[in-house]
Design a protein around this ligand. Structure first.
Ligand code: SAM
Length: 246
């Protein structure tokens, strides 16, 4: 039998000014069980203990969409969101559960992972999320995706500079990229600013925080799209990581 996830209602409330309703709590539990089961065949995540799963996958995913003590305002207003390199569905699936008014696209280059996520979306009856298989460098050059999203989320996919190059071309003007990081320094912010401005954006905020159970240090970087990204970005597959913008 799979373990029960902790509810953590008070911690949700204190840290994110939000807490899941009964249906959302059930969806979190179902998501957890499906991932533990899926892990037997696919190498999805090392994080399978209930408390750790709650903190590192559920809480961390939702911490990124909180700015000034509440969910990014777009999300209540039917925002289109893309999660780039979603893997087993993080941060995109918890965001789709917590913000049912937004439309979430879960993108990954590995078909096996996306097939697994399709099953999760069906089992959780999550009809505000859909999947997409491909390399972000190619997807972001397609007219149906380029400059089409209000919010772009990216966690554990590459350097901050590569993440900026993956996210900003996909955003509408005024849209927001959220880059989830561990440690982060002011020197890194200074280095990132130049890359972000070449891509038509600006660094709007850097939010440092500690996770509520293990007090791990994390950061979220928020990039605002100001003007259209030049057509040559993102560069060809592999180039943003091999030859990062600086
Ligand atoms: N975001 C998830 C998380 O934080 O748990 C998964 C992170 S996993 C370390 C990185 C994922 O990004 C993998 O599933 C990989 O297939 C995907 N990925 C890496 N480069 C990509 C690219 N260029 N385009 C699309 N997906 C990519």
């Amino acid at each position: 039998m799979t373990n029960l996830l902790p509810e953590m209602a008070e911690i949700w409330q204190e840290t994110l000014n939000w807490q899941p309703n009964a249906q959302q709590q059930l969806q979190f539990q179902q998501l957890y069980e499906l991932i533990v089961e899926g892990n037997r065949q696919l190498n999805l995540t090392r994080i399978t203990e209930p408390q750790e799963f709650w903190e590192k996958h559920l809480w961390d995913s939702l911490r990124g969409i909180v700015l000034k003590q509440q969910f990014i305002s777009f999300l209540d207003e039917g925002a289109s969101v893309i999660d780039i390199g979603t893997g087993a569905g993080f941060p995109g699936i918890p965001v789709a559960i917590a913000a049912p008014n937004c439309q979430v696209t879960l993108l990954d280059s590995t078909r096996k992972k996306i097939t697994f996520i399709d099953k999760i979306l069906t089992d959780l009856a999550l009809d505000n999320a859909k999947t997409l298989v491909g390399r972000v460098e190619e997807i972001a050059q397609q007219t149906q995706h380029r400059q089409s999203y209000d919010v772009a989320l990216i966690r554990a996919v590459g350097s901050a500079s590569a993440c900026a190059e993956y996210t900003l071309p996909l955003l509408k003007r005024g849209g927001l990229a959220v880059i989830y990081r561990g440690n982060w320094t002011e020197e890194e912010t200074a280095a990132l600013k130049n890359a972000v401005s070449q891509l038509g954006g600006k660094v709007e905020a850097i939010a440092p925080f500690t996770t509520p159970l293990t007090q791990s240090i994390r950061h979220c970087l928020y990039l605002r799209k100001i003007v259209a990204t030049p057509a040559n970005f993102p560069r060809a597959v592999g180039v943003p990581t091999q030859n990062p913008l600086c």
